[in-house]
Design a protein around this ligand. Structure first.
Ligand code: BG6
Length: 513
């Protein structure tokens, strides 16, 4: 990775151009980038070709995308939009059918030529984005291969890589539905693309405070010496939401559930950056290697024991809204969980014996994403004879606030001013926006720019994805766990079984106020 290198000029080919992700995230994110700023700028020249089955002209596509940007970009200005809209193009066709490709290739050549993207008359750099239903991933990848669009071969070791156009692919989550399907998808990708050209996206890795984990740990000296089993009691990773599943139940969620949707993907990635060993350098391959080592050292639970290592729940009805099982498209017999909590341990020298608890759920008391590193209490209570309950106060705690606020808090004990010696807890707090300012942007934009730069630091390697499925697989297979699913009241902190998971270890969830 070259720090802050300019992204390469390219054509971004979005499969699923009339879909929800393109409308809500991708186009607004690209438009935000076109306006420049601290989060990076689009390459120049640049073009987007949207592909989907809906018949549309370029102009109709631009008009539709204008609404998306107006609705979902951080801010909108008509003149800026007009300039950006010139790079938007559309090709109607079924990306999963080879018949769509001769026309698509013509379109790429024409757009590339018009926008000065084709090197010496050949093809431009191509970044494919799979923003379609997951069952279409493998057919589309196969078609891209059969159409001859990927021609670079082993570009990473060629003598003049900058002379030949590149082809890369961004694959959205869900990346498979279990270990078996994730492997199959990896193999489909491997038949067409080099691993170095595959960008498995996880928008949580685009969040500032997730990226800051490595900076906090390795650009400071005071954290790393205590970042281990001698000082850390346990770690909690939480990503909870107040919204329900709504219309997503029918087309995706009911066959996925919280474990697949959030824990296997986002939460294990957040955890990984908290728990990995220092990489040899800040570079994609080195970081990926450490994540793979960490996941390899996860203690796998057996299917029989999964029920003791996890808790599932689903939300009930409120006065005005239906229970999950009453949402459109839900088959109650599937027993899909809208809440999942799990306990993971790593058998390595740093973390042996330290539990990591992960939880995620819908329709809960708050929208919060955070990591809590709970330290052990001091070995003795020096202040006991003053009646101070140091042993009842929490030990030191670092809370990394990822969303909606961004910041870090360190809970310490202090003497309450005044006569006597009374001790109480207080937070040393760093608010990221207060201190560093800046505009919050959609995480997708900077991640896509990284793909245009060839920087996979914030993307996932094939092995990471498979290992994280391996960690979750026994939970997915446990009939006992699924049968234990508990209904929780909307607006609560989730099922009692999740509290019991920690209570069995003498611990409790950190529920932010
Ligand atoms: C998505 C999940 O990946 O992340 C959604 O599919 C979830 O179910 C969303 O709501 C949460 O993202 P964020 O950035 O709002 O925490």
């Amino acid at each position: 990775m070259t720090p802050h290198s300019t992204p390469d000029p390219c054509v971004l080919v979005i499969f699923g151009a009339s879909g929800d992700l393109t409308h809500r995230k991708l186009i607004p994110a690209m438009y935000e980038l076109s306006r420049g700023g601290s989060h990076g700028e689009l390459p120049e020249p640049f073009a987007i070709i949207g592909v989907s089955r809906t018949p549309m002209t370029d102009q109709q596509f631009r008009d539709k995308m204008r609404d998306s940007a107006q609705q979902f970009a951080a801010s909108f200005d008509p003149a800026g939009w007009e300039a950006f809209a010139k790079c938007l193009h559309y090709h109607p066709g079924d990306g999963a059918s080879i018949d769509a490709y001769p026309g698509l290739i013509e379109k790429i050549k024409a757009v590339g030529g018009a926008r000065r993207l084709n090197k010496s008359g050949g093809m431009p750099n191509l970044l494919f984005y799979l923003s379609v239903s997951p069952h279409l991933y493998e057919p589309i990848i196969a078609c891209i291969g059969s159409a001859g669009l990927v021609e670079e071969g082993k570009r990473w070791c060629s003598l003049n890589p900058s002379e030949t156009p590149w082809q890369r692919i961004i694959v959205e989550k869900p990346f498979g539905t279990d270990l078996h399907s994730a492997r199959s998808l990896n193999m489909a990708l491997g038949r067409v693309f080099e691993e170095e050209a595959v960008y498995r996206i996880d928008h949580y890795l685009g969040k500032e405070l997730v990226q800051n984990s490595l900076v906090m740990r390795f650009a400071n000296t005071i954290f790393e010496p205590v970042w281990n089993r001698s000082y850390v009691d346990h770690v909690q990773v939480t990503a909870i939401e107040t919204l329900g599943v709504g219309s997503r139940a029918a087309n995706f969620y009911d066959t996925a559930g919280a474990l697949r949707d959030m824990v296997q993907s986002h939460l294990l990635q957040v955890l990984a950056l908290i728990a990995i060993e220092p990489p040899s350098e800040y570079e994609a391959a080195a970081i990926m290697r450490e994540k793979i080592k960490l996941f390899n050292s996860a203690k796998t639970v057996s299917v029989e024991n999964a029920i003791h290592a996890a808790a599932f729940g689903r939300y009930g009805a409120s006065a005005s809204e239906p229970a999950y099982v009453e949402e459109n498209g839900v088959d109650p017999a599937r027993g899909t969980e809208t809440y999942a909590a799990m306990r993971v341990e790593f058998d390595n020298w740093r973390w042996a014996g330290v539990p990591f608890y992960l939880r995620s759920g819908k329709k809960l008391a708050a929208k919060v994403t955070e990591v809590v590193i709970q330290f052990k209490r001091p070995p003795i209570n020096l202040f006991q004879r003053f009646g101070n309950a140091v042993d009842r106060n929490p030990g030191n705690r670092i809370t990394i606030n990822i969303a909606p606020t961004e910041g870090i808090e360190l809970l310490v004990q202090g003497k309450v001013p005044g006569a006597g010696l009374r001790i109480d807890s207080a937070d040393l707090a760093l608010d990221y926006l207060d201190r560093f300012g800046g505009e919050k942007v959609e995480a997708y934009g900077p991640l896509i720019l990284d793909a245009m730069r060839g920087d996979r630091t914030l993307y996932k390697h094939r092995d990471e994805v498979e290992k994280s499925w391996r960690i979750c697989q026994p939970l997915l297979e446990s009939e006992a766990l699924r049968a234990s699913i508990e209904t929780y009241p909307p607006g609560s902190w989730g099922p009692a079984s999740a509290d019991a998971l920690l209570a069995r270890d003498g611990r409790a969830w950190h529920n932010p106020k």
